[in-house]
Design a protein around this ligand. Structure first.
Ligand code: NAD
Ligand code: LMR
Length: 309
């Protein structure tokens, strides 16, 4: 089994490290336009193998021949936002990068499964789908795992419960229009709505929606530990064919009243990629939130199409 990570920056290097430490694949290829950085980080990771005890071989560079026949490819290439920017402000620069990267990926690994991380996430996933020509089940975006992890981390901070006992699901685009679902959130099997007041839960949800921006404001660039771990969790589900139900940006064909876009929905992940989009029974408010999120994603797809027209 082989995994490629494109972009050896903060997120890409973290994905490579997390997957290596899982010791679930024979090879990882780390690609960057800056060959020295990719080679250096690959070598540094290899030198950590005896300490962590993994046998995965990591190779870095700027030549896509090292990525040949990858089973899973994670695309993190692209600019992160700076304070004051929205993710959508990255549309032009990152769509150019994701387009060219995807062409190389598809050429060298025609059967790979692509997980996009670059922002604006839902639309960059759409770009990778269009450029690769792959069937939709082999293209997806990582954001829901991160957004749900943030929500669960904030619930842990609030209640002191173990993160292992906090289950949550979240839908919609990766942005302020995402749709956390308190009705589907439990702590130790108890509904979160029985444990935390409505007003406090609203504050936690608001913090989750703005979680990316909170970190950008603190650091001047965006997050990488949780995003890297999130992408690695998706890689693991695919490599191990584990049928995990995780939130991911997946192609919708009428589910949740949406179509012709990638947007965050619960999916069953395993061999071959997205095996199924899982449809939760939403109430009217949740449906309205999902529709608003879909409207936003459609708007950014429109902006992308105008750019590339
Ligand atoms: N989906 C999410 O939840 C999520 C979370 C965090 C970050 N992101 C996004 O991931 C992207 C990467 O973030 P980062 O913090 O790792 O940035 P970074 O600047 O640390 O790394 C990006 C890397 O991409 C490389 N790169 C640029 N153009 C390339 C090309 N054509 N081919 C190969 N490599 C290229 C750069 O050289 C750099 O090393 C950003 O767009 C960011 O917004 C998404
Ligand atoms: O916030 C960002 O720009 C990066 C990422 O989408 C995140 O949520 O951390």
């Amino acid at each position: 089994m082989k995994v490629t990570v494109v972009g050896a920056g903060n997120v890409g290097a973290t994905v490579a490290e997390c997957v290596a430490r899982m010791d679930i694949v024979q090879n990882i290829a780390l690609i960057d336009i800056n060959a020295g950085v990719a080679q250096g980080k690959a070598l540094d990771l290899m030198e950590s193998a005896p300490i962590h005890g993994f046998d995965t071989v990591i190779e870095g560079g700027d030549d896509y021949s090292i990525t040949a026949d990858s089973d899973v490819t994670v695309i993190t290439a692209g600019l992160p936002r700076k304070p004051g920017m929205s993710r959508d402000d990255l549309l032009k620069v990152n769509s150019d990068i994701v387009s060219s990267v995807t062409q190389q990926v598809a050429k060298h690994s025609p059967n790979t499964i692509i997980i996009v991380v670059s922002n604006p996430l839902d639309v960059m996933t759409y770009v990778a789908y269009m450029e690769s020509g792959f069937p939709s089940e082999r293209v997806m975006g990582m954001a829901g795992v991160l957004d749900t992890a943030r929500y669960r981390a904030f619930l842990k901070m609030e209640t002191g419960a173990s993160v292992r006992d906090i289950n949550a699901m979240l839908l919609g685009g990766h942005g302020d229009s995402m749709t956390p679902l308190p009705r589907f959130t439990t702590i130790g099997s108890q509904p979160v709505t029985d444990l935390i007041s409505e007003s406090r839960l609203d504050e936690i949800i608001e913090r989750t929606k703005k979680g990316g921006g909170e970190i950008v404001k603190l650091m001047g660039t965006s997050a990488w530990y949780a995003p890297g771990a999130g992408a690695a969790e998706m890689v693991e589900a695919i490599i191990k064919d584990s049928n995990r139900i995780l939130p991911a940006a997946a192609w919708v064909t009428g589910q949740y009243g949406l179509e012709d876009m990638f947007i965050g929905v619960p999916v069953r992940l395993g061999k071959g990629g997205v095996k199924e989009v899982v449809e939760l029974d939403l109430n009217d408010k949740e449906k309205a939130d999902m529709k608003a999120s879909g409207d936003h994603v459609r708007e950014v797809i429109g902006a992308y199409k105008n750019l590339s027209a």
